[in-house]
Ligand binder design. Structure first.
Ligand code: RP5
Length: 159
């Protein structure tokens, strides 16, 4: 099975935070296909990318967006593969990211988005969660996820 996660974000300004998802997945040996596409500015290109990436073997999607933050929900509307939403703090955020968090988390019944925390930690957790989903069917990846946890525990205990 190809370990491939699709990462999409609404703007180039989202890249510094969304890099955390990409780097986390790379560290776990998971490939990524990364795009900047907007639910509002490039809806047709977004639809084409979701359809094409499923064909190329993407099994889980991570979508990061700030402000109106419709991107994760729109991706979820276009696929039945799991979608993880990362709320971001947009330059024009009216509530310091709470705006995006509430937008992403309040999906209507039937079209879920697994919403993680804001910012760097949320993007990194999106990467780990995507790997955990893939690891259900891949024992080697499950072992690497476990090692990541053990490494974190060792750091805490080392003081
Ligand atoms: C959202 O609007 C993007 O995800 C970004 O976080 C925010 C601002 O985008 P720019 O106007 O900086 O491109 O769609």
């Amino acid at each position: 099975m190809r370990l491939l996660v699709g990462i999409v974000m609404g703007s180039r300004s989202d890249e510094p935070v969304m890099k955390n998802a990409e780097e986390t997945l790379r560290g776990l040996g998971v490939e990524t296909e990364v795009r900047v596409l907007s639910a509002h500015r490039t809806p047709d290109a977004l639809r084409d990318w979701v359809a094409g990436s499923e064909k190329r073997g993407v099994r889980v999607f991570i979508a990061g967006a700030g402000a109106a933050a419709h991107l994760p929900g729109v991706v979820a509307s276009l696929t039945t593969r799991p979608v993880i939403g990362v709320p971001l703090v947009a330059p024009n955020a009216v509530a310091n990211g709470l705006d995006a968090l509430l937008s992403i988390v309040q999906m209507p019944r039937g079209i879920p988005v697994a919403t993680v925390a804001l910012g760097d930690a949320g993007a990194a957790n999106a990467g780990i969660l995507a790997a955990e989903i893939l690891a259900v069917a891949d024992d080697a990846l499950a072992g690497r996820v476990k090692m990541l946890r053990e490494g974190m525990a060792a750091k805490v205990l080392a003081g």
